[in-house]
Each structure stands twice: as C-alpha cells, then as structure tokens.
Design a protein around this ligand. Structure first.
Ligand code: ADP
Ligand code: MG
Length: 417
C-alpha cells in the first residue's frame, strides 16, 4: 500500500507558478511574490517545549506555498486550494463563520475587525491570526493583503500544517513590508497567532522548525533561550532512511489530555521548587522523583527530564556521525511517552512494534500523541519490508491503512518568486 504514495511531494519551487496563476485568476492581478514554508517532524524531545526543554525537529519537503500581495484599503482576502470551495465537505474546511465567503471560496474580512477568538474564520483563522499578531505588535499591516495558498502538508497528522500556514504568511508579510523581523521573532508571532487568535495552546517548536530549519539538518532548539544549532542529519549517506508513518487517526482525547499533562508538569516544577522542569538535571532525576508524592506527576516529570536527556544523546550521536545508534534512543523515547506520559494510542504503539519487529533500528510516536504520526529509522535495504510489515499489521488489526513516506530534512521557509 505504501508503494502507492509518491516518495516525495513535488517541490515548492515547481508549484510556485501554478499558485501564482491561480492567484491571478482569483484576484485579477499577479501576486507581488510567492513564498513557501514546510511542515516538520520531530525526531526526539516530545512535550518538552512547554517545559523550556529541548527539541530536535526537521523540516519536511511538504510545504505550504502562498502567493501574496499587499492591499491599501484594509481588506484581507484569503483563499486555500485545499478547502472545498462551495460545499465545505473537505475536512480542512470549516464553513461556519462570520467572514464572508464568495463563490470562489475566498474568505474576506478586514484587518481592523480582526479580534480573538478567531474560530469563526475557520481555517482562515491561521493566516488571519498572523496578520492580527503583526498588527498587535505595532507593525504596519493595516492596509491588508490578498493571499492564495496550496499545501502538500498532510493536515492533522502531527506534521504541523498549521505552523506552515502561519509561517508562510508571516514571512511573506515581513518581506513585503520590509519589516526584517528575523526568523525567531516571526516564529514567535506565528505561535502567538495560534495560541491567542486561533486558541490552540501549542508550544513554540512547530513555528521555529518551519521558520528556522535548514536542508540536510535537524534543528536543535533550546526552548528557553530559543537558541538553535543546525545538526547534520544525512540518513541516506549512512544507508539509512527516516520514515513517517501517518496513522491517519486523531483521537478526541488529545486536546484535554494536552492540558492535563501540561498542568502535571507545572505542578511537578512547583513541588520541586524550580521554575520549569528544564531546571531538573537528568543526574538528579531519581532524587527529584523521590520528592514527588503524586504518581502521575512523578511519571510526567520522569518523561520530560529523560526526554531532554534523549535529545542531548541524539544530537551528540548525529554530530558524531553515528546515526544507527539513534534508533534505540527513539524506541526508548516511545516507551516513555506510552508508559510515563501516557499520550500514545493503539495505532501509534502498533506502528512502533510492527516497525521494530520487522527490523527497523528504532521508532517512536512524534508530535503531541493520541494519533498523528510515528517516525521510523530503518536501513535502506529494509525500508520496503518494514513499511509493508506496518501496513500489514494495521490491516490485521482492522485499522485504516497508514500513509508511509520518507522524511528528508528539507529547507525552512523561503521566498520562491
Ligand atoms: P497539524 O498542524 O498537525 O496539521 P492542526 O490541527 O494543528 O494539525 O492544524 C490543521 C488545521 O490547519 C486544519 O484543520 C485547517 O484549519 C488548517 N490548515 C492546514 N493546512 C491547510 C490548508 N492547506 N488549507 C486550509 N487550511 C489548512
Ligand atoms: Mg498544528
């Protein structure tokens, strides 16, 4: 089944012209420019970003490509090639809303009237939220904009289609208005749009990865000071491949559970007398755990502190060129998410056990959990067999067939035209 999937999506560079052409059709003039921003997959360091810890994502070849022009009359017009234009049956489309939608499916509002909560705008809340965040930060975006975008990032698969949407909007407006905010501030504005306008309490990893990752590297991000290191990650040069298994499920449990885990981590920090769990040294973990009475808090703390240590180990292994040895660390990370943080689900556990059982070097769920995707590190020679074993295991268990494709470390957000 995985053979039916194209190995890699068409490059952003190749899609720029078609996106610009559709923009012309919709808005009657050529765009001022075309930009791309990628989705991301996190190699290791999960549920650490809201604890001021470490993460190690990489940008995917899957991107949102957006054609954008400034306006001067304060209107904001937004269109996505990926939402159903008329009947709203596509599940990325949310037709309930306060913004106007014309026959082409263009969402229209004004910069002046943007105010959280942006939920009524449906999918358009993501790019509109970025305009709102720029306006709130005092940047001169009041004239408005026309935007048309098309994406190859799977939505709701834990691969950050939402951050790609935000970052591409932020970068386009930054460049068109000559704001020169820099990647770090753009990512923070994009996160603010998702947190405070869309209303999703995500950490900062997704936007940082989309804005700051570089081709051929994983991005080592310290979420406390937002410092980054580009860590070379060339699996192919070592005869290896990183696969993504998109389970295509998303369990409703996820949203509330995210808030629960966050609260447990905050309680753990409080009881340990530190500002965040980042400050708990791995060497002092056993002693810290002895001081925590509540079993749930204890296991959440154990996950976060040990996953920070796994990020350190994986970054060191990649830097040393020992990519094979990363595999077992991934599998260890999965056990921690499954047993300690308890954010996995049967489909993710099956992806991991089927992959490792068929000879993968290691595997783990990636992203927030309760569905979404897993990553699998595998020798090139075993990749097809491992993918087939995962697909077969899903079929035997009666699950929807997963989508399996390689994760090649790709460039971060950029201007195309
Ligand atoms: P993820 O970021 O893991 O893909 P989210 O739930 O955070 O999942 O974001 C998915 C949402 O982002 C979609 O429901 C939709 O509202 C919006 N979105 C993502 N990609 C597109 C797109 N190409 N066109 C319109 N909306 C999109
Ligand atoms: Mg998202």
């Amino acid at each position: 089944a995985s053979a039916a999937e194209p190995a890699e999506p068409p490059a952003a560079e190749e899609r720029a012209e078609a996106v610009a052409a559709r923009f012309r059709e919709l808005y009657g003039a050529a765009p001022e420019g075309v930009w791309a921003a990628p989705g991301r997959v996190n190699l290791i360091g999960e549920h650490t970003d809201y604890n001021e810890g470490f993460v190690l994502p990489l940008a995917l070849p899957h991107t949102v490509v957006a054609a954008v022009s400034r306006r001067t009359d304060g209107r904001l017009r937004l269109h996505s090639a990926d939402t159903a234009d008329t009947d709203g049956t596509d599940d990325t489309a949310d037709t309930a809303g306060t913004a106007g939608t014309d026959g082409d499916g263009v969402r229209e509002t004004t910069v002046a009237e943007l105010a959280p909560p942006g939920g009524g705008l449906g999918w358009a809340a993501y790019p509109a939220g970025v305009v709102w965040a720029l306006r709130e930060a005092g940047h001169p975006v009041a004239g408005g904009a026309d935007i048309h975008l098309a994406s190859t990032v799977p939505t709701g698969a834990g691969l950050s289609s939402s951050a790609a949407l935000e970052v591409v909007t932020a970068l386009a407006l930054d460049e068109l208005h000559g704001l020169d905010l820099g990647r770090k501030r753009l990512a923070l504005l994009a996160q603010r749009a998702e947190n405070d306008f869309v209303g999703v309490p995500c950490g900062v990893m997704d936007q940082m990865a989309s804005a700051r990752a570089t081709e051929g590297h994983a991005l080592h991000l310290d979420t406390r000071d937002l410092g980054v290191r580009q860590i070379p990650f060339d699996a192919a040069a070592h005869g290896l491949r990183l696969l993504i298994v998109d389970t295509r499920v998303r369990h409703a449990l996820g949203d509330g559970a995210y808030a629960d885990r966050r609260a447990a981590c905050e309680r753990g920090a409080r009881e340990l007398g530190v500002r965040t769990l980042r400050e708990v040294a791995y060497e002092g973990l056993a002693e810290a755990l002895d001081r925590l009475a509540d079993a749930t808090v204890r296991s959440c703390v154990r996950h976060v502190v040990s996953d920070n240590e796994r990020v350190r180990r994986v970054a060191a292994l990649l830097t040393a060129g020992d990519i094979r040895a990363v595999g077992p660390v991934l599998t260890e990370g999965h056990a921690s998410l499954r047993d300690d943080l308890r954010v996995s689900c049967p489909e993710l556990d099956l992806a991991v056990t089927a992959a490792t059982g068929a000879g993968a070097l290691g595997a783990r769920m990636t992203g927030g959990g309760f569905g979404g995707s897993a990553v699998v590190l595998v020798a090139e020679a075993d990749a097809d067999r491992v993918a087939a074993a995962v697909t077969e295991a899903f079929a035997s268990a009666g699950h929807t067939a997963p989508r399996i494709f390689p994760a090649v470390p790709s460039p971060g957000a950029r201007r195309l035209v």
